[in-house]
Design a protein around this ligand. Structure first.
Ligand code: FAD
Length: 518
């Protein structure tokens, strides 16, 4: 730990550059490494002597590049860090992120607990990393120290003041270059052989502290590394690699952060929300009711009383609140996107078809989701106080923020005509209107895309990772970071924060491991 602290303290650019220059001057890299290691009496096997002290970072996305910088900057000795990127470009998702502006972080002045609440998966496991190891404030400082000025928008999203993702790309790539990272493009990793200390392929699950790796490239080449950082995002090729390292129980990947298409209510010309695209409500609530899974899908004892009790407990509602936006195809906006993230798996289970209910204005009443009694009272009162006003022209809810055209659509949808007066409204139709205001059923017909950001839920199970070091528990010497692990956040800068924090710790820990082998 002290050594690591020292590594951080000594990360002054000049010192690092001098160190690196002296290592390069020392001659052929591999030779330098074996001499240093033999001196310490540590490299006693064929495997290690044939494996130079190189760290491979597989994947040149946000997490991989960040990890590579941390690994190179924290290196205590002549360690070479190589990024292997399959495509012709690094950071391609950063480029298109946040609509081209790159929502690089979420408001770092918020409490860590609030930030952690933005992760449907990973909330608990990221706790230590976000509180101590590489916090949101440290991520902000990292960018600011390198000259990136950041701004916070009203909804908590942080962007570079240039409003250009290129600023973030340039900063990361400059830092990688300054740290001496070797970035190789069009270098697809096909497979990796895990080699044990006797120089043999290690196909067993036995723990081997001096494991090394032979990377087999798609073009047929091979290269040895002492540590590997897997940063392949949600790509299927990366999942295949993760399995080959022994992480064979991947949490099934499913999409997260999507909009909801409502063919009948919005796209069809006679849909009651048709033509309202662009309207939004500031304080809505969307609820997805999740049925208990069928008996066969859960416990073996599901037929027993205990089994039934367990199943009953699982029946739940997934609820998200916030602005809801009506689009050409359905609904979007923060509440919808948060629901798609927190219910990513449940939506997949119903094949993105089913029903959600919407409360269009939770600020207008302090009611529970399905209780329309308070709204009903308010609506009923107006039948006496304003009997001559048409229902379509007067929304009596206090603090009402439902746009006029949406109110009219809800009134017609509840069975009123455009001219019906409050005074002639029947209790039944008023009740129906109250119901449509607080728990309006909407039929989801498919999943849409949210162009500003989307991620995959699932990946390498966090139980198989030491979340203090990001080292794999099943394959020593393998470190994981970014979207390849089962962490994903809601929209707002949470997903990149995962890349910065897990990337930094994976880089630092791999460097520390590799240094200890010198
Ligand atoms: C359109 C869009 C907008 C987004 N906007 C935001 C935003 O504003 N804020 C935010 O926080 N998040 C945003 N996200 C999410 C964020 O971009 C991702 O969570 C993040 O980029 C994941 O980074 P990563 O490094 O883990 O994976 P990736 O960025 O996917 O990088 C993985 C890399 O690994 C490479 N690779 C895969 N397999 C191999 C192999 N076998 N050999 C070599 N290389 C390989 C891939 O080519 C790729 O370059 C957005 C996502 C999308 C799609």
């Amino acid at each position: 730990m002290m050594a690591r602290m020292a590594c951080r303290a000594a990360t002054s650019g000049e010192q690092r550059q001098l160190q690196r220059r002296s290592w390069r001057l020392a001659g052929v890299f591999a030779v330098t490494v074996s001499l240093a290691a033999t001196k310490r009496g540590l490299m006693t096997t064929n495997a290690l002597s044939s494996s130079p002290n190189k760290i491979a970072v597989i994947g040149g996305g946000a997490s991989g590049i960040f990890a590579s910088i941390a690994a190179a900057e924290c290196a205590e000795g002549p360690i070479k860090v190589v990024v292997l990127e399959a495509t012709g470009k690094t950071l391609s998702k950063v480029k298109i992120s946040g609509g081209g502006r790159c929502n690089v972080l979420h408001d770092t002045s918020k409490s860590t607990q609030t930030i952690l609440a933005g992760y449907p998966r990973g909330q608990k496991e990221l706790n230590g990393l976000y509180h101590k190891r590489f916090t949101p404030a440290m991520a902000r400082d990292w960018f600011e120290l390198r000259g990136v000025e950041l701004k916070v928008e009203e909804d908590g999203r942080m962007f570079p003041i240039t409003d250009s993702s290129q600023t973030i790309i340039d900063t990361l790539m400059d830092a990688a270059r300054d740290a001496g990272v070797d970035v190789r493009l069009k270098q697809k990793v096909d497979s990796v052989d895990v080699i044990d200390s006797a120089g043999k392929r290690n196909d067993s699950e036995e723990d081997c502290p001096t494991t090394t790796f032979t990377i087999n490239y798609k073009d047929g080449g091979q290269e040895n590394f002492s540590s590997v950082i897997l940063a392949t995002g949600s790509t299927p090729a990366g999942h295949v690699l993760a399995k080959s390292f022994g992480h064979d129980q991947l949490v099934k990947p499913v999409p997260s952060l999507f909009t909801l298409n409502l063919k009948h209510a919005v796209s069809n010309e006679d849909g009651f929300l048709h033509g309202l695209s662009g309207l939004s409500v500031p304080t809505g609530r969307i609820t997805l009711k999740v049925d208990s899974p069928p008996p066969s899908a859960t416990n073996k004892d599901s037929g027993s009383p205990e089994g039934k009790k367990k199943r009953k407990k699982k029946a739940q509602q997934i609820i998200q609140e916030g602005p809801i936006l009506i689009t050409h195809h359905g609904i979007s906006g923060p509440a919808t996107l948060r629901l798609s993230a927190f219910a990513a798996r449940e939506f997949r289970d119903i094949n993105y078809r089913g029903e959600v209910t919407v409360n269009w204005d939770i600020a207008a009443s302090s009611m529970e989701t399905s209780n329309s009694e308070q709204v009903l009272d308010e609506l009923w009162k107006v039948t006496f106080t304003n009997p001559k006003r048409s229902v379509a022209s007067l929304c009596p809810l206090s603090k009402n923020s439902i746009p006029r055209r949406l109110w009219q659509a809800l009134v017609l949808h509840s069975g009123f005509t455009a001219d019906d007066k409050w005074g002639s409204a029947s209790k039944k139709s008023v009740r129906k209107l109250a119901q449509n205001l607080v728990a309006c059923p909407l039929e989801i017909t498919s999943k849409g895309t949210f162009k500003e950001e989307f991620v995959t839920a699932g990946g390498v199970d966090l139980k198989e990772i030491n979340m203090k070091t990001m080292e794999s528990k099943v394959c020593p010497g393998l470190f994981l970071c970014g979207e390849v692990i089962n962490v994903d956040g809601v929209t707002g800068g949470f997903n990149f924060m995962n890349c910065w924090s897990t990337g930094f710790v994976a880089g630092e820990s791999s460097s520390s491991r590799t240094s200890s082998l010198l």
